[in-house]
Every structure is written in C-alpha cells, then in structure tokens.
Design a protein around this ligand. Structure first.
Ligand SMILES: Cc1ncc(COP(=O)(O)O)c(C=O)c1O
Length: 379
C-alpha cells in the first residue's frame, strides 16, 4: 500500500499542543508529525475502541511478543520478558532514574545541547546536574571525552544519553557508544540510553544505530535502555514507552521509584504499540523515504536562501538543529515569531541560546511555506 504523506490534514482545533497552544502561529516546534499514523495502528485502535470497555489495562502477551520480535529483527537481540518495564511515557523514566540512583548532593550527567527534560529532571529529586557540550570535529558533533573526564565527579551516579541525538540529529557509532559505556564503568555510572528516535535513522546503511542493548553482557548490566514507538509512528499522544533493564537490583530500584507518582498506562496505547511493532514496518519505510526528501529540500533551501543560518547535517529524526547566531539577533526563535508568525523551538531550552530547532515532520508544501516565511524576514 502506498501512503501519501503530501496530503494535508487539518490539526488545528483537535486539542494538539503543536497547533493549538499558539493558534496564531505557524508551528514547527514540538516533536510530533502532521501525518496520520500507520493504517495497521489505526485499525487496531478501532477494533479496541469497538469493544467499548476501557477499564484498567495491562500489557498482553501479544505486545510482549511484538516487542521481542521487533528487538530481534531490528537489533538481533533477545531480551527476557522480565527485563522489560512498561511505562506511560519515556520522560518519566528519565526522572525515575534520577530519583532512584541519586541521593542528596549526587549528580546526573549529560551532554548538551539536548532535549530539554534531560536538563530538567534532576529538579524532581535532590540531584545536581553536570553538563558538557558536544563539540564539532570534522563537521560532526561528537563527545568531548577530555571535558567529560574533567567534569565527572565521584558523586556522579547516572549518565543520560540521547541516541539518536535530539536536537543534533547524530546517530552515535558503535565505537562512541562503547567508549561512553566504558566511561560509565570507569566512573561507576548507570547509563540511561534514550533511544526513542532509533527507528528514524534516515540512512541506516551509512549511519546504523547501535543500541545500548547491543553492548557486551558486562557493559549492558549497568544500562537502562528506553524505547517507544511514539515518535516513529506518530502516537506520542497515546503515551507509551518501555525500559529494558538487565540488572535485577537496578530494575527493582527503578520500579520502586514509581511510588504513586505514575498513572496507569492507557489501555489504547498498548494496542497501538503492538500494531506498530508487529505491522508498522512498511509504513515506516515509506515515512523514512518522505523524510529524506524533506531533509534534502530543507538543507538545500537553507544553504541557498538562508545564508546567515548554518544547519547541522542530520542523520536521524525529523528535527533539524540550526545555528542562527550569524543573524546577530538576541533570540532568533523570538525574532521569527514576531516577524514571521512562526513557532520554532528556542535553542536556549536545549542549553544553547542562539540556535533554533526546526521540525520538518510535515508535508513538504507546508515546510517550504514556513521556510519562505523565514526567508522573507531574514537578516
Ligand atoms: C529524546 C526524547 N526523549 C523523550 C521524548 C518524549 O517522550 P515521551 O513523550 O514518551 O515522554 C522526546 C520527545 O520529543 C524526545 O525527543
């Protein structure tokens, strides 16, 4: 079946935060896409809705099997069911990890720029936060190992990794992930690997994703891998993610932190997740083809028409990270909001003021319209 991602769908007035939070603006901010989800998912949801009873839910064997199948197909790994912890979203897992493993005065560490909750979840507990900037080497944004060695302290307990990296769009190599895992062994850190964007690698031949699940047995014992179908199949509003935690003690401490702070998981989300992992591959491949086209058109537009912007080459996600410091305005996101009526993500929330994040998970026509609006007010 051919999916037409060029068909516009009106989202305004559907209670979506992207369009309805600031209805007067043209939105290219929060990370969801304007596309309808995969038909297999929509059918599974219809079937579940038709049942009509929506009491408290739990994961069924079908979901566990679909996850197992997906992990073995995509990753070549087998994960025993007891290592999987189902969650109503991925961000709560970042927070649980911080609270479970950091006592007062202890620290979480991460590299910036990064998805804003990474630099906010320590506020949910007594932990401090240590950040180290990624650095550009030969046109690629990489880890600054020397700066990380200098910044880590004996009180640091957890490293939060975002791979693929939001907003940089990097897919870290096997070597980078293994080096980071060894850094975690050396400093006795738990490695929390957020891989929510791992099924959105634009060229999997050129930049294959290496999951923390693929680390050696010894390195894997200190990992918490966080996965979800939500970004790839555009079902973030349904709320579902899962953690894979091989070590029993780490898993017990992590789940104990839930206390009464998390609600039950949405009954529909389980069905959507199962359909995504079981039957979503054909749609995903077509989505990736469309996103590659958008990415190429975006890169070309920025280099030809927006010369004071510098766009970071993207290996994954539908999010582009753009250096707007060359414009010489204090807050580029605010500038585009005031002058062009655009809603972009302000780099300051990712730890880097002067940068912007542009979401190209939309029809090509709408993306190009937005870019024309930027070009019209460019300085
Ligand atoms: C890296 C990353 N992690 C987590 C999330 C959100 O996860 P959830 O909606 O499941 O809490 C996002 C959403 O943009 C993200 O980019």
């Amino acid at each position: 079946m051919i999916h037409d991602f060029d068909v516009p769908i009106v989202r305004k007035g559907t209670g979506c935060i992207k369009f309805d939070r600031r209805p007067e603006l043209d939105p290219f901010w929060v990370a969801d896409m304007d596309f309808a989800s995969a038909p297999a998912i929509i059918e599974a949801l219809h079937a579940r809705v038709n049942h009509g009873v929506f009491g408290y839910a739990q994961a069924q064997e079908g979901l566990n099997e679909a996850i197992d199948l997906y992990l073995s197909r995509q990753r070549g790994v087998t994960v025993p069911g007891e290592q999987v912890v189902h969650l109503g979203g991925l961000v709560p897992a970042l927070s649980l990890a911080g609270r479970a493993f950091c006592k007062d005065g202890e620290a979480l560490m991460t590299c910036t720029p990064v998805y804003p909750p990474f630099i906010g979840v320590h506020h949910d507990g007594p932990a401090k936060l240590i950040t180290v900037d990624h650095v550009e080497t030969d046109g690629r944004w990489v880890f600054d190992w020397a700066a990380m060695e200098a910044a880590v302290t004996p009180e640091t307990k957890v490293f939060l990794l975002c791979n693929p990296q939001n907003p940089l769009g990097r897919v870290f190599t096997r070597e980078e992930v293994e080096t980071l895992a060894r850094f975690c062994v050396k400093h006795d850190l738990i490695l929390v690997s957020d891989e929510i964007h791992c099924d959105l690698v634009l060229d999997a031949e050129k930049t294959p994703h290496f999951s923390a699940l693929e680390l050696s047995e010894e390195l894997r014992q200190r990992t918490i891998t966080l996965l979800s179908p939500s970004k790839t199949w555009n079902i973030a509003g349904l709320g579902y993610a899962f953690a894979v935690i091989p070590d029993d003690t780490i898993r017990r401490k992590f789940t104990a932190q839930r206390g009464h702070t998390l609600s039950e998981i949405n009954a529909l989300s389980y069905y959507a997740a199962e359909a995504a992992y079981r039957d979503g591959e054909e749609w995903r491949q077509q989505l990736l083809e469309y996103l590659r086209g958008n990415r190429a058109a975006l890169d070309a537009f920025v280099s030809e028409r927006l010369p004071s912007l510098k766009i970071v080459p993207g290996e994954a996600t539908y999010l582009a990270w753009i250096d707007a410091r060359g414009m010489g305005v204090e807050n580029p996101a605010q500038y585009f909001e005031k002058k062009a009526g655009l809603f972009l993500s302000d780099g300051a929330f990712f730890g880097w003021p002067g940068w912007i994040r542009f979401n190209f998970g939309c029809t090509r026509a709408r993306m190009l319209e937005g870019l024309e609006k930027m070009a019209a007010v460019m300085v």
